[in-house]
Ligand binder design. Structure first.
Ligand code: AR6
Length: 531
C-alpha cells in the first residue's frame, strides 16, 4: 500500500457508515429489568447527575453482590486499651483516617494501612511524588485534589446506596451506573477501601489501586507507571471539578453451547460482510460509533493497575470508567464477553508500551444516546495466550477463538448493527498470528451480521494481504463453512504457518477441482447408465 500511497482498502468509511455518519446506528435504550440493574433513577436529563436509585435499603453481604466499604457488615479488628482485638465498623475507621491532614504519599500510605492491612509498599507512588512531579503539582495534589478525592469517596453511601450485583460467569446480565457513581467507586478504589474477599482473589480482577502504587520493580516501566498515575490524577481532577452527568452500561454476555453457531454448517457468504482495512489509525480514534474491540485479558483491564501498558491497559487508563468493571466482572469464560457502552475519554496520550505518556486533556465530543450514554461501545474479548504459537492453528484453538469473537460480536437486536472496529487481536502480548486472527474475526463478523473495520497498526503488508484474501473469498463466493473446513485442513497439513492464505486459495481450487472431477464422473456414469 505504501507504494501506491494508499493506506486503506475495501469499503470506504463513508459507506461503512452507510452514508449517515458514525452516530446513526440505533442503540437499544437503558431499561431496568431482572437482568439489568439500573442504579440511578430513570429517565435522566443530562442537566445534572442522575439521582441514585435503590430498591432495597439493606446492604447485601453475600456471594451475589459487591461488598460496599460502608456496609455495617464490613468490620475491622482494632486493639483496645487492654490489647484485645475487637471488631469495629470499617467505614468509621476509614472516615476518621481519611479526614486527617495528609501531606505526602508516605502519609497517605500510613493512613491507608490503618484500615487495609497487608498492602504492598507504595514504591511507585512515592517515586511519582518524589521524583516526577514538580513541587507546585505536589502541593496542588495534597491541598486540593486529594481532599476532593476523599470527599468523593466518602460520599459513596449517598451517591450509590443501592446494591451492585456481580456479573458472574455463566450469566448474561447488565449494570447501568451514573458516571458520578463510577467516580465515587473509583475514588474508593484509589483509597483502597474495598473489603477483602476471599473469593475475589481467584475470580475477580480486583480494583484496589495499591498494585499500581506499588508497581516499581521493573525499571523499564517506571516512567509508564508514572504516566498512568498522571492519567488517574487527571481523571479525578476532571470529575471533582465538574460532576459528570452521563451514564454507562456494563453488559456481560454468556453463550451456551447451543447458542453458538455450527461453524461447519453456516452457509453465509463471506462477501456479505464488507470490510475496510487500514494500515493507519487506532481503534479508539478512527472507530467512532463502531463496536470497538478491547484486546482483553480474561481479567478485564489486564495489567491496568499494574505494569501493563498495551492496547487494553492504555484504553482503560484513558477511559478510566472502564476500570470499575474490575469490581464486578468475574473472569471471562471461553464463550463470554463484556460490552461497555458510554465510557468517556479523559486523556490523550503518545507512545505505546514502555514509551506510553500522558499528553493532555481530552474533551470527548462523542454525542450521547437517548439514555445518556456516550455513543462509544467497547467489547472486551480475551484471546488465548500461546506459549507455543504453532498451537494456535489446531481446530480446538481456532474453535475457541471464533466462539469468543462471536460472543463479543453477536447482538440479539435485529436492527442494522454497528460494524466491528478491530485489528491484531491476540497478536501482540498474546503471540497470535494476525493472518489467522483476521480470518477468525471475519467469520465471526459474518455470522454476527456485522461489517468489519480492521486496523493493522502500521503494518501495510498485512493490510494488503488481508484485503487480497478477502477479495479472493468474496469473488469466489466462499462460505463460512467452507473457510472453516480449509482452516481445519490447514491444522492437519504440514504447511508453514506463513503460507496460510495461499493454502486457503489452493484448498479452495482443489475442492472446486474435485467437485469438477466428481461431476465429470457422475456425468459419465449417468451417460453410461443411459447407454
Ligand atoms: N488500535 C489498533 N490496533 C492496536 C492498538 C490500537 N489502539 N494498539 C495495539 N494495536 P496487544 P493481545 C495492535 O498486545 O496480544 C494486555 O495486557 C498492535 O499491532 O495489546 O491480545 C491485555 O490485558 C498490537 O501488537 O493485545 C492482555 O493481557 C496488537 O494490536 C494482553 O495484553 C495486539 O495488542 C492481550 O494481548
Amino acid at each position: 500500500s505504501s507504494e501506491s500511497g494508499k493506506n486503506w482498502f475495501g469499503t470506504s468509511m463513508e459507506d461503512i457508515y452507510c452514508g449517515h455518519g458514525p452516530w446513526a446506528f440505533e442503540i437499544p435504550p437503558v431499561t431496568a429489568s431482572r437482568d439489568h440493574a439500573v442504579l440511578y433513577e430513570l429517565p435522566i436529563t443530562l442537566d445534572s447527575p442522575p439521582k441514585p436509585y435503590c430498591s432495597v435499603q439493606d446492604h447485601y453481604w453475600d456471594d451475589d453482590y459487591v461488598w460496599m466499604p460502608y456496609s455495617p457488615k464490613n468490620l475491622f479488628p482494632v486493639e483496645n486499651e487492654n490489647g484485645e482485638k475487637t471488631p469495629k465498623e470499617s467505614w468509621k475507621i476509614i472516615q476518621e483516617s481519611l479526614l486527617q491532614p495528609i501531606h505526602s504519599s508516605r502519609e497517605l500510605e500510613v493512613v491507608i494501612s490503618s484500615y487495609n492491612t497487608g498492602l504492598p509498599k507504595f514504591l511507585a507512588l512515592h517515586h511519582f511524588f518524589e521524583n516526577i512531579l514538580e513541587e507546585d503539582e505536589i502541593r496542588q495534589f495534597f491541598e486540593i485534589l486529594l481532599p476532593r478525592i476523599i470527599e468523593l469517596a466518602l460520599g459513596l453511601p449517598d451517591i450509590l446506596p443501592g446494591n451492585i450485583p456481580l456479573l458472574k460467569q455463566g450469566c448474561s446480565k447488565s449494570i447501568s451506573l451514573s458516571q458520578l457513581q463510577i467516580a465515587s467507586l473509583l475514588a474508593n478504589a484509589f483509597l483502597c477501601t474495598f473489603p477483602w474477599r476471599e473469593d475475589s482473589v481467584f475470580s475477580y480482577p480486583g480494583i484496589d489501586f495499591a498494585r499500581l502504587f506499588a508497581a516499581h520493580s521493573r525499571p523499564e516501566y517506571q516512567q509508564a507507571v508514572a504516566e498512568k498515575l498522571k492519567c488517574v490524577c487527571h481523571y479525578f481532577r476532571r470529575v471533582t471539578t465538574k460532576k459528570p452527568v452521563g451514564v454507562v452500561t456494563f453488559e456481560r454476555k454468556h453463550f451456551s453451547k447451543s447458542q453458538l453457531p455450527r461453524w461447519d454448517r453456516l452457509k453465509n457468504k463471506l462477501s456479505n460482510t464488507r470490510i475496510h482495512v487500514s494500515s493507519i489509525g487506532a481503534i479508539e480514534d478512527e472507530g467512532c460509533g463502531l463496536l470497538q474491540v478491547d484486546f482483553a485479558n480474561k481479567n478485564v483491564g489486564g495489567g491496568v493497575l499494574d505494569f501493563g501498558c498495551v492496547q487494553e491497559e492504555i484504553r482503560f487508563i484513558v477511559y478510566p470508567e472502564l476500570i470499575v468493571s474490575r469490581l464486578f466482572t468475574e473472569q471471562l469464560g471461553p464463550t463470554e464477553a463484556l460490552v461497555v457502552t458510554g465510557a468517556e475519554r479523559f486523556s490523550n496520550y503518545t507512545g505505546y508500551g514502555d514509551s506510553f505518556m500522558w499528553s493532555e486533556n481530552c474533551s470527548d465530543t462523542t454525542p450521547h444516546d437517548s439514555s445518556g450514554r456516550r455513543r462509544t461501545s467497547i467489547v472486551a474479548i480475551d484471546a488465548i495466550y500461546f506459549t507455543k504459537p504453532a498451537e494456535q492453528y489446531s481446530t480446538s484453538n481456532v474453535f475457541r477463538e471464533i466462539n469468543k469473537a462471536y460472543a463479543g460480536f453477536h447482538s440479539r437486536f435485529e436492527s442494522l448493527l454497528p460494524p466491528v472496529a478491530t485489528g491484531n487481536w491476540g497478536c501482540g502480548a498474546f503471540r497470535g498470528d494476525p493472518n489467522l486472527k483476521s480470518l477468525i474475526q471475519l467469520m465471526a463478523c459474518s455470522a454476527a451480521k456485522r461489517d468489519m473495520v480492521y486496523f493493522t497498526f502500521g503494518d501495510s503488508q498485512l493490510c494488503n494481504s488481508i484485503h487480497e484474501i478477502y477479495i479472493f473469498l468474496a469473488t469466489n463466493q466462499v462460505t463460512i463453512s467452507q473457510l472453516w473446513r480449509y482452516l481445519c485442513q490447514f491444522a492437519n497439513a504440514k504447511v508453514k504457518s506463513e503460507h496460510l492464505f495461499s493454502y486457503i486459495q489452493q484448498a479452495h481450487f482443489d475442492s472446486k477441482h474435485q467437485l469438477c472431477i466428481k461431476d465429470f464422473f457422475c456425468f459419465n456414469k449417468k451417460k453410461s447408465e443411459k447407454r
